[in-house]
Design a protein around this ligand. Sequence first.
Ligand SMILES: CC(C)(COP(=O)(O)OP(=O)(O)OC[C@H]1O[C@@H](n2cnc3c(N)ncnc32)[C@H](O)[C@@H]1OP(=O)(O)O)[C@@H](O)C(=O)NCCC(=O)NCCS
Length: 221
Amino acid sequence: MPAVVLVSFEPDNEVHVKELVRQRQIAGFGADAVDAWREKVRRGVKSLQWVFLASPEDPTTPLPYVPAVPEEGAAPQPLFAPVGHIAMDWEAAIGLPEVASKEEGNLYFTSLYVLQSAQGRGLGNLIMTAAERLGSSPPFNAKILTLSTWDSKNFCAEADLPNLREITDWRNAKELWYQRRGYVPFIRAASIPYIPEVGKDGTVFTLNSVYMKKKALELDA
Ligand SMILES: CC(C)(COP(=O)(O)OP(=O)(O)OC[C@H]1O[C@@H](n2cnc3c(N)ncnc32)[C@H](O)[C@@H]1OP(=O)(O)O)[C@@H](O)C(=O)NCCC(=O)NCCS
C-alpha cells in the first residue's frame, strides 16, 4: 500500500466543494452538511483533510486516485482525485468540551471516509496515523485525540434496542479497531446528529455512539 498525503480542504474552492459533496453522497450521509462544514473551516473550528495516495517515487507528491469500480464515478476535476477525507474538529455536535475543545486541546476526528473501492487494504490505518501526527503537531498541538463511532454494544444481548441486524456488521467492529489503535471509550450516548435506522420489520430507531480518546502523539521536535 502506498503512503498517503494529507491536503487541506479549501472551503471556497469549487473543485474541493464539488468533490466533498460527491464523496459524501457516495458515503451515504453528510452531503447536506457540507455548507455548514465550510463555514466551520472558515471560522477555524474545523479542518478537513483530503487523503491522496502518494507517488511511489516521492511520498510527498499526491497522485489522483482512479476508482476500480465505474459505479464510483470520477472526481469532477480528474487531476484532483483524492481517495478519501478526514475532519479534525475543535467543536463537536454533542457539545462536550471533553470531546472537542481548542482551549483544552481536545481534537475530535470525524467524517473519516475512504472510497469503497479502496477500503480494506490498509488505508484507514495509514490515514489515522497521518491525522494523529498532524493533530499532534503545530498549529494544532492537540493534547488529547478523540473520535466517535458506533458503540460495539449496540447489538449485544443486553442492549435495550431492537435486535434487528446481525452483530457481525462492520460498523460494530470499528470500536474494536480504534481500541487496537490505542483509543479508550469514555462516553456512550445516542448518536448525534440523529441518524434514523430502519430495522428489518420497518421499526425506526437510533443506535448509540461511543466516544473514544487517547493521548496525542509525542513527536520528536
Ligand atoms: C472505516 C474506514 C475509513 C476504514 O478504512 P479502510 O481503508 O477500509 O481500513 P483498513 O484497511 O486500514 O482497516 C482498518 C481496520 O479495520 C479492519 N477492517 C477493515 N474492513 C473491515 C470489515 N469489513 N470488517 C471488519 N473489520 C474490518 C481491518 O482489519 C483493520 O484492523 P487492523 O488494522 O487492526 O487489523 C472505511 O472502511 C470507510 O470509509 N468506511 C465507511 C465510512 C466509515 O465507516 N467511517 C468511519 C466512521 S467512525
